[in-house]
Design a protein around this ligand. Structure first.
Ligand code: ZN
Length: 243
């Protein structure tokens, strides 16, 4: 009898099988082909990071290992910033911009013209426009755009608040309560942005307030021959006097 063959339980092996094959047979079941799992807390961090937009599994792993490797200061600063943003930041009750003081610094700035309100979809649009330093009026952030396909109606956005703000405004000073003379629509030039702008224009005009929209057309540095028909149409319709 060959005692090496009897090492494999229940196996009827020939003696020609090498020791390597027998070693493989002794591996505990269920782990074949799989690497070791991460510790539970690492796994948890990866899966939480992976829930963020634009972060796939590999990016989440990369970020998690970066946090793991770095000094503890980074982890506490990151955790603190995330907690702070959820506790302190909210939407301004007048313009719905993100703020940690209500009303926000723009709405409470007496040097701005609160009779001129620029309507945008998201706080990031407000920031982009604000960085130009050209608009000296107030803002109103819709927090989205109308989308019949996704079931997003006026009530899901801050449209009722905007209409109320226009209708209820008095002639009193700062604080976003000034009488609105003109609303500038600064929505994105997309199908849904345009649909939202058309809806708003109708509603605002019915309150007797002037409505305008941001000009569109040719971006600086572009050439006419590369512009599409919609861009050229907008450029012609939004032409300006030469000064
Ligand atoms: Zn505000």
């Amino acid at each position: 009898m060959d005692d090496q063959v009897q090492e494999v339980p229940g196996g009827r092996r020939s003696a020609t099988e090498g020791p390597k094959q027998r070693a493989a047979d002794k591996r505990p079941r269920g782990t074949t082909g799989k690497g070791p799992a991460y510790p539970e807390s690492v796994d948890r961090l990866i899966s939480e990071l992976g829930r963020l937009p634009g972060i796939g599994r590999r990016s989440a792993e990369r970020l998690a290992f970066h946090i793991l490797k770095s000094e503890s200061g980074l982890a506490s600063a990151l955790a603190g910033a995330i907690t702070d943003v959820k506790q302190k930041v909210r939407n301004c009750s007048t313009c719905f911009n993100l703020t940690d003081a209500d009303p926000c610094p723009i709405c409470s700035d007496p040097s701005r013209d609160h009779g001129l309100v620029l309507v945008v979809e998201q706080p990031k649009d407000l920031i982009a426009l604000e960085q130009t330093g050209v608009h000296k009026g107030g803002f109103h952030v819709l927090l989205g755009r109308l989308s019949p396909l996704e079931g997003i109606g006026p009530e899901d956005l801050t449209i009722p608040d905007l209409l109320k703000r226009i209708a209820a405004a008095d002639d009193g000073g700062p604080g976003g309560r000034a009488k609105v003379r003109e609303v500038i629509l600064g929505l994105n030039p997309t199908l849904e942005g345009d649909g939202t702008a058309m809806y708003l224009a109708e509603q605002i005009r019915s309150l007797g307030v002037k409505v305008s929209r941001l000009a569109r057309g040719l971006p600086t540095g572009w050439q006419l021959e590369y512009a599409n028909k919609a861009v050229l149409t907008d450029a012609i319709q939004g032409r300006q006097d030469m000064e």
